[in-house]
Unconditional design. Structure first.
Length: 276
């Protein structure tokens, strides 16, 4: 009886090590095995973090042209984040345009909406930011905060957004509009959507962020139905459709994937609102 017991004692450390490995070791996904990822919150150009994704969205100010070229050499399409409708106070050009800011941006204390009807802002976005980011060799633009039109539904705001979009077209880069459902719907209605941008990305269709409690949950049924109807219309208008969801459960993640596969959408399940 002693020999089997001794044998068990000898094996015990090995068994414990195996259990630890099973619990904590997760093999890295293969390169380009996932279709889409959004990483505008990366504080440094972490190329390894982007390895599993075929199409990535980055913050261009943290990447060099050489790093973007390296990503493309791996077979990736690289889109750069460009904020059309709001202004963050950490941007080096904040003070230059602070006088054009409007109301604070709900849940994002470092950010304010900006008056996109201003020719000064339009010129800066197109001729300075757009030119600098295009020179990095990006494959496309990921354009944020056209939602300013939902808050300020005026003709001059609408025209300011379309002026910037037409201006950015000179760089011959495909554009994805993030959010901006009211603006996008108006463009679909007047027939200009496909002349201005190539796709839409919608956050929080199946999931939502509870900012007050800093947690993530399933989206409510009415909001989900509204967004799915909107995205269906966008798809029918010839636009590519992307989703960003936040920490869905395994069951919900499977539902999201199934829905997207059936409807020709592409989804990214983010670890958190910081998009790192």
């Amino acid at each position: 009886m002693r020999k089997p017991f001794r044998f068990f004692l000898l094996l015990l450390p090995l068994l414990m090590l195996c259990l630890i490995c099973l619990r904590f070791f997760h093999p890295e996904p293969a390169a380009n095995s996932k279709p889409y990822g959004v990483f505008i919150g990366l504080e440094t150009a972490d190329l390894k973090r982007l390895r599993p994704y075929r199409t990535v969205v980055i913050e261009p100010s943290t990447f060099s042209a050489e790093q973007i070229k390296a990503l493309q050499a791996e077979g990736k399409s690289v889109y750069g984040y460009l904020n059309l409708g709001s202004l963050e106070n950490y941007r080096p050009y904040y003070e230059r345009f602070a006088s054009l800011t409007l109301a604070p941006y709900e849940n994002w204390p470092e950010e304010r909406w900006v008056d996109v009807s201003s020719p000064v802002w339009q010129t800066f976005v197109v001729d300075e930011l757009g030119a600098a980011y295009a020179a990095l060799g990006l494959d496309g633009f990921f354009l944020d905060n056209c939602d300013v039109y939902a808050l300020y539904p005026r003709e001059d705001i609408f025209n300011g957004l379309t002026t910037m979009l037409r201006g950015l077209s000179r760089y011959q880069k495909p554009c994805i509009i993030n959010g901006g459902d009211v603006f996008v719907s108006a463009c679909i209605k007047n027939g200009t959507a496909r002349t201005l941008f190539d796709g839409v990305n919608q956050e929080s269709v199946f999931t939502k962020i509870d900012f007050a409690k800093n947690r993530y949950a399933a989206q409510d049924a009415d909001t989900r139905a509204y967004y799915l109807d909107y995205l269906t219309r966008a798809k029918k208008a010839g636009l590519k459709v992307y989703l960003i969801e936040y920490r869905p459960t395994a069951k919900l993640a499977a539902e999201i994937q199934d829905y997207c596969e059936k409807n020709g959408f592409t989804a990214y399940n983010a670890n958190g609102k910081e998009l790192r």
